[in-house]
Design a protein around this ligand. Sequence first.
Ligand code: G6P
Length: 612
Amino acid sequence: MCGIVAYNGKQNAIPLIISGLERLEYRGYDSAGIAWHNTKNLEFIKKSGKVKVLKSHISTDLNAQLAIGHTRWATHGKPSDENAHPHFSIDNNLAIIHNGIIENYAAIKEGLQNRGYKFKSQTDTEVLINLIQDVKKNEKTNLFQSVQLALSQIIGAYAIAVIDTNSPNSLVVAKKGSPLLIGVGDEEYFVASDAAPFIQHTKNVIYLNDGEIAEIGLKHLEIRTISNELKTPYIQKLNIELDQIEKGDYETFMLKEIYEQPNAILETLRGRISPDFNFVKLRGVNENIEFFQNTNKITIVACGTSWHAGLVGEYLIEGIAKVPVEVEYASEFLYRNPLVSKNDIVIAISQSGETADTLSAISLAKKRGAFVYGICNVVGSSIARATTVGTYMHAGPEIGVASTKSFTSQVTTLVLMALSIGKLKKSISDDEFQIISKELFSISKKIQSSLDSINKQTQKLAKLYKNAKNFLYLGRGISFPVALEGALKLKEISYIHAEGYPAAEMKHGPIALIDKNMPTVIIATNKPNYEKVVANAEEIKARSGKLIAIVSQDDNNMNNIADHIIQVPETHDFLTPLITAIPLQLLSYHIAKIRGCDVDQPRNLAKSVTVE
Ligand code: G6P
């Protein structure tokens, strides 16, 4: 949540900051602002609304060597011009942008107010910049030292960049909990919450670590810890191309990412299944097999769509590897004193690798001595670094706020994990292993060949159901988490209330909602539960509900029951979520589009949730 960007170098910083903010907008989009050095003072523009509102107030002749910018997702104080970042010290000499939350801001604010400080906004960030000013004034320290001393009093999470009228050629940045990357160019430095704002300028990046502060001049960079230990900058090469973060010919990022799924799955699989389909190469599992062999149980922690992928993982790991699995919302895991100890494995799943609840769950699991394994998409992200052992999904950047290709890529990773553990534990026969791994390898083609037709069918359905007030999604077994994911997608981007339910549970409550206006989407592709799901479909029709059935190719059984049938390619039961998720993603996509919703940036949401 919230994106920060800064630049110091030979190019004009103003347009770089604005285009950087546009690339970070998925992190929050309720207000945005920019500050830069003028000859003697700091100038700024900040506006409530999306980055395009800010952009419309920036004149093209503005020029600066150094500037900072911010796009916000409100935590303290509603979206407004005053609460937008950058925030300024009371003497207007210092400006700050901040992603994170200062937990002890109220006590610090009170102390500052008692010393005569006045505040223009309701934000915790304005408190921090005034604390830095207070330290600077009282201790007669330079900007770097003042930031260092002020941060030693802070409890909470932050990625900040601070500029000072008295140091026109440098800025100070610091990180704890929230991400901060420094792009190293030729006599220029970029700072951002992720690499998107600067990859067209440089692929050289430094990931600042928690507790580190950097001073970034025109030609120098110095990194120290809060306790003043000097650090050697470690420059890494980014492996992202510009077209991966652009929409190309697609009308939205979400549609692009839905269509990227066949390729994202292939990328997740690349080099991980042996050519004879007898072995899965997952270093994190293979090198730690004793943990997987001896564990009491695996607990999966995640949030949102990643949690749904985790639920699919439960069916996969229990079904294939025969290890007991529990799946927890990371936030709930944290606050219920979970029974996790040194014989347990905790798998944290996160696309962004920055979700605060998941990060905190990892730190609790580590404290209890569990073996913690990460499944992340963003390379170098906080969760990837906090887990030390894990698997990258390699799905490529996902920019649409609603997760699509991440879900299928996470499920693919979990199939690989289940196969790998199952093989090493001999809980799956060699024949079954080969059948599943071959099918997994060919699933991308199956998805590719069905995408256009499913796209057209869901577009037609969207026209019919765009005005529904509620939707029900049903599935059994491994399709139940897919039903949850379908309902989440619809809620997130079209603002229609939707619930996912295990098909059999419908009769214990949701059936009371069924009438001629209530559409139900039922997933009926899994063989073990097929007859029972058909029976559930009959129950809905008997109550005049509208029924959309997702069935396997050439399955015509439901033709006389359901109002609409979407046929999807047939696959192994364990792999059906990879296929059935797609019509549900496209259905919510088209409904949201017809309703005029901003599918890439739905209201109130953000892609990277860095607050608990
Ligand atoms: C937010 C996003 C969701 C995502 C969830 C977990 O709510 O809007 O799309 O599923 O965070 O994010 P993660 O990056 O941890 O997978």
